[in-house]
Design a protein around this ligand. Structure first.
Ligand code: NAD
Length: 363
């Protein structure tokens, strides 16, 4: 088994280092090879996704990814910006199915900005389509408008599009995932305004005929955004296109206490996957040693389960995270009065200690 380790930029290097330490104490035999990606790769090789990094990713069973980006690259031409690396990996590896579990751990109920009774016991799975929609649709660009409200003015445009096979394959993923859970899928669209999402709704409804045991509900994205903070436990599998999923999953992260708690897996048709926290490179806290590494550590657990067929090892990591939270360890983003504030490294130490059965000592 080979894992490509791509820490990236900002807090990416700090949080991936902790996930690698956790993987190393599991007594499993896999090879890990590290490569640069994002801004770090641009600095070293002049491109955010160098050929060597892409080849390593393609040749690996799984990719452990940190985060990319920094405001200092905002002036670069778009193809050279760090964020293009993650889009490029998704595209080249065909990583169309994104799984984002949003679970509120019992110990973090108080860390959420919502009332405890709304989120205690929350366990939602967001399934987001990842290689289509307005993020990849062509044409896109800038031009001088020939029509619209201001003909002759400079304008920018993107293209929202989905093909039938793209919707069908992700709908199958959502319905099959629901079979392992509470058998309910909420498909998010904007069919009342957008042709692309009327099509999405029609195709999802057709695919649903193959899953009579699953309850399907359709919901407009604006209502879904509202329901997520009003009554989030109504959802089980929240099924979205690329852009709506991007936004709703960040919203869902706050239900769990912090974006630093939200892992993710992006899979292709062969089961090869990229595993990363749902957050970005957090330039505001990079280098301070305070980033929460748990989303990345939990992403490594998803990697063991989905791509490396090591479910027991995944369970060990997840149990260790729960016990560390139960012991009161908190990075600043999830800290509350009466708990023990730690940095990135100490949180990694605590998870390692919980896995290896050593006593966790609070410094
Ligand atoms: P962000 O997710 O990096 O940060 C948003 C807020 O959450 C910040 O206040 C940050 O400090 C906090 N935060 C994020 N992760 C945290 C963690 N593990 N522990 C504690 N706090 C955490 O989003 P942003 O600020 O909008 O973007 C920063 C950069 O990241 C940009 O360049 C953006 O393009 C990039 N980005 C990359 C990815 C990716 O690599 N997949 C995803 C999103 C954003």
């Amino acid at each position: 088994m080979k894992i490509a380790v791509l820490p990236g930029d900002g807090i990416g290097t700090e949080i991936v280092a902790e996930a690698v330490r956790v993987l190393n104490v599991l007594d499993l035999s896999f090879e890990m090879e590290e490569a640069k990606v994002g801004g770090a790769a641009y600095e070293a090789h002049g491109h955010p996704l160098p050929e060597a990094t892409l080849k390593l990713a393609q040749a690996s069973d799984a990719i452990l990814f940190g985060a990319v980006g920094d405001w200092k690259y905002d002036k670069l031409d778009r193809p050279l910006r760090p964020e293009q690396a993650i889009l490029g990996l998704r595209k080249h590896l065909g990583l169309f199915a994104n799984f984002r579990p949003a679970i509120c751990y019992e110990q973090l109920v108080g860390a959420s900005s919502l009332k405890p009774e709304l989120i205690a016991g929350l366990d939602i799975l967001i399934i987001r389509e990842l290689t289509g929609d307005i993020y990849f649709g062509q044409p896109r660009g800038r031009r001088i408008a020939t029509d619209g409200h201001f003909p002759g003015a400079e304008e920018a445009f993107d293209t929202m599009r989905y093909s039938r096979p793209e919707i069908e394959r992700i709908a199958h993923v959502a319905f099959q995932a629901a079979r392992k859970r509470s058998r309910k899928v909420t498909s998010v669209d904007k069919a009342n305004v957008l042709e692309t999402f009327q099509f999405w709704k029609d195709v999802v409804t057709e695919v649903h005929k193959e899953y009579p045991d699953i309850e399907l509900e359709h919901m407009y994205v604006d209502n879904a955004a509202m329901q997520l903070v009003k009554a989030p436990k109504k959802f089980d599998v929240l099924f979205t296109g690329n852009m709506f999923g991007d936004i709703l999953s960040d919203e869902a992260s706050m239900l769990t206490g912090s974006i630093g708690m939200l892992p993710s897996a992006s899979l292709n048709a062969k089961g090869q996957g990229l595993y990363e926290p749902s957050h970005g490179s957090a330039p505001d806290i990079a280098g301070k040693g305070v980033a929460n590494p748990l989303a990345t550590i939990l992403s490594a657990a998803m990697m063991l389960r989905f791509s490396l067929q090591q479910p027991e090892a995944a369970d060990r990591i997840e149990s260790a995270v729960k016990s560390v939270l139960a012991a009161g360890y908190r990075t600043p983003d999830i800290w509350s009065e009466g708990t023990h504030k730690v940095g990135t490294r100490e949180m990694g130490d605590a998870v390692v200690a919980a896995i290896t059965g050593k006593t966790i000592t609070k410094s």
